[in-house]
Write a protein that binds this ligand. Sequence first.
Ligand SMILES: [Zn+2]
Ligand SMILES: [Zn+2]
Ligand SMILES: [Zn+2]
Ligand SMILES: [Zn+2]
Ligand SMILES: [Zn+2]
Length: 130
Amino acid sequence: MVECPKCDREFATQKAMDQHFDAKHRTECSECDRVFTSEESMNQHYNAKHRIECSECDRKFTNEESMNQHRNAKHLRFECSECDREFKSQASRDQHRSAKHYCCMCAECGDMFKTEESMEEHYDLEHRFE
Ligand SMILES: [Zn+2]
Ligand SMILES: [Zn+2]
Ligand SMILES: [Zn+2]
Ligand SMILES: [Zn+2]
Ligand SMILES: [Zn+2]
C-alpha cells in the first residue's frame, strides 16, 4: 500500500497515489506552468510573480496592461505647463491652456502663442515665403 503524504488515504500502487496526489493536492498556477503542493505556496508565488501593484494606490493587477488601463483611468493627470493645474484628460488641459495662457494659434501649423507679436514673428519665420 502506498499512503498519500498529504492525507491518510491509501492506494494499491504508486501510480494510483500519484494520480490522487495530482488531482487533490496540487495547485497549478494559472499564469505560468508551475505546480505547488499547497494553495498557500501557490498564492505566495502568484502574489510575488504575477501581481503588479499600482504605484498610486494599493490595487493589484495580473498584468501590466490592465494595470496601465487602471492607472490611465484613475490616476493619470495632465499638468498644465504654464500653471500648476491638473486635468483628467489631455483635451481639457489643452482647452484650459489655450483659454488661460495663450492668445492665438498659428493658422498654418496650429502652434500656440502667448502674444500676437510672437505668433506673427513665428509666422514670418516659418510660413512666409518670398
Ligand atoms: Zn491525499
Ligand atoms: Zn506562476
Ligand atoms: Zn491605482
Ligand atoms: Zn494653466
Ligand atoms: Zn505656424
